[in-house]
Ligand binder design. Structure first.
Ligand SMILES: Cc1ncc(COP(=O)(O)O)c(C=O)c1O
Length: 451
């Protein structure tokens, strides 16, 4: 039973809001949750029900809701100023943040270009790489290389380099020229090989593409270590290093889209750190502000930055910017977030939780409908299948993943699936007990739906 206010809000929500990635016909018929407050790892709805935030509010929240340090920093900033433009003006928190970002970024990334979400950080990466070649007199590099199953956001440039049929194919007539390489998806290898004996043929295939197209390619874009929205697809060890080598060998800029994996998700500060890789350009968002405010950045090297320097009349200026680029509130949340990483030794203290997650996932592997269990650091996924031996998927219309998360919500856990892949990505402050409870709810929900 909902209270009167909840009923009114539910009706108004259905009447006025068009929700993202949502079939509104289904949404209009459903009993939807309206979030009112957050407390640590919990989301609290307008009826007072509490839910574990098992997807960190779409992979953003690191240190829980209503974190005293982050909210304190935002409130203190609000008393000074909320926003002034970064076009031709500097501001205090954006400057402090840029310096801190460069300190922790893979060595060699030295310049920070701000924006306000992951898609725009990617969009800027693509434009930067294209113009880098252009300004150096190489005017034919108009293509990009991306991976199948990749997701880089929803603006048209980002969609161009997206490799998920369901999300991206309808937009094809509107998109840039992109060549797609195999996804390093060992469980469903596109090349029909086995991980133990394949010799990473998918990387060879990528190299063949780079060899064929490098003269006309500006950049290769990759989600390091984990392809997120494509299904939490974990790349084999050494794959990312190999990508770096290929880009260097063929003079293609490497763009690392760290929007999902950056800020500790893989157990290291950045996905690239797992393999000692410095990309030429790196996009970050989501966890940058601890999940509090829309804030994003594109980092790059001196080599890329320098290509844009010249007399004004040469028009090498990067003609790109957003109204809220470098916003003070977002930047102050991000500064507080990075301070927490340092002061609270977050990555070190996350390791036992990563190990606990590994052991909790063990229990799922024998389930007859669990085809694959994947984990890198504090990201994990359970891929549900109809036939384990044949790796046969459920029919999309069965909406198994959706049913599992609905059941979980009824038990006090908010998660979101990627088709029939159940994603596990809680805030870092989750306790061992809460993580255990979360995995129990997922187990119960899978069993309930597939009983
Ligand atoms: C790897 C990656 N890149 C880019 C984006 C787009 O970010 P945003 O939704 O903030 O535009 C996402 C979002 O999930 C992502 O996972």
């Amino acid at each position: 039973m909902h209270n009167k206010r909840t009923v009114q809000l539910m009706n108004d929500d259905k009447e006025y809001i068009w929700h993202p990635f949502t079939q509104m016909k289904d949404y209009a018929a459903a009993d939807n949750i309206i979030i009112e407050r957050g407390e640590g790892v919990y989301l609290i709805d307008t009826d007072g029900n509490r839910y574990i935030d098992g997807v960190s509010s779409l992979w953003t929240n690191l240190f829980g809701h209503n974190n005293a340090k982050i909210t304190g920093a935002i409130k203190a900033q609000l008393d000074r100023i909320a926003h002034s433009t970064l076009l031709g003006l500097a501001n205090v928190p954006a400057t402090t943040l840029a310096k801190k970002l460069v300190e922790i970024a893979p060595k060699g990334l030295k310049r920070v270009f701000y924006s306000d979400n992951g898609s725009t950080a990617v969009e800027i990466s693509l434009k930067m790489s294209y113009l880098y070649h252009m300004h150096r007199g190489d005017t034919v590099r108009t293509k990009f290389i991306a991976l199948r199953n990749s997701y880089h956001g929803d603006t048209l440039g980002a969609v161009s380099v997206g490799g998920i049929e369901l999300f991206h194919s309808l937009f094809k007539p509107l998109l840039a020229d992109v060549v797609f390489a195999p996804s390093p998806y060992c469980y469903r290898c596109e090349l029909s090989l086995e991980p133990d004996s394949c010799g990473m043929r998918c990387a060879d295939a990528l190299e063949e593409l780079a060899k064929r197209h490098h003269g006309e390619t500006a950049a290769l874009i990759i989600e390091p270590i984990v392809q997120g929205a494509g299904g939490i697809i974990t790349a084999p060890d050494g794959y990312l290093r190999r990508v770096r080598e290929i880009c260097t060998k063929y003079g293609i800029l490497m763009i690392a889209d760290e929007v999902a994996v950056g800020f500790g998700r893989t157990g290291r500060m950045f996905g690239c750190d797992n393999e000692g890789v410095t990309p030429d350009i790196m996009a970050v968002a989501k966890g940058l502000s601890g999940g509090y405010l829309p804030m994003a950045a594109t980092l790059t090297t001196d080599a890329v930055y320098d290509a844009f320097l010249g007399e004004y009349s040469e028009y090498k200026t990067l003609f790109h910017g957003h109204t809220f680029t470098g916003n003070q509130l977002g930047a102050s949340a991000a500064v507080a977030t990075l301070e927490i990483f340092k002061e609270e030794r977050v990555l070190e203290r996350l390791q036992p939780k990563i190990e606990l997650l590994t052991s909790l996932l063990e229990g799922f592997k024998e389930h007859p409908c669990v085809g694959d269990v994947r984990q890198r650091g504090f990201i994990a996924a359970i891929e549900l299948v109809r036939d384990k031996a044949a790796k046969e998927r459920f029919a999309p219309a069965d909406r198994i993943g959706h049913k599992v998360i609905q059941r979980a919500a009824g038990q006090g856990l908010i998660i979101r699936p990627l088709s029939d892949v159940i994603v596990i990505m809680p805030p870092y402050i989750i306790t061992g007990g809460e993580l255990t409870r979360m995995m129990e709810i997922i187990s119960e929900s899978i069993n309930h739906v597939l009983r």
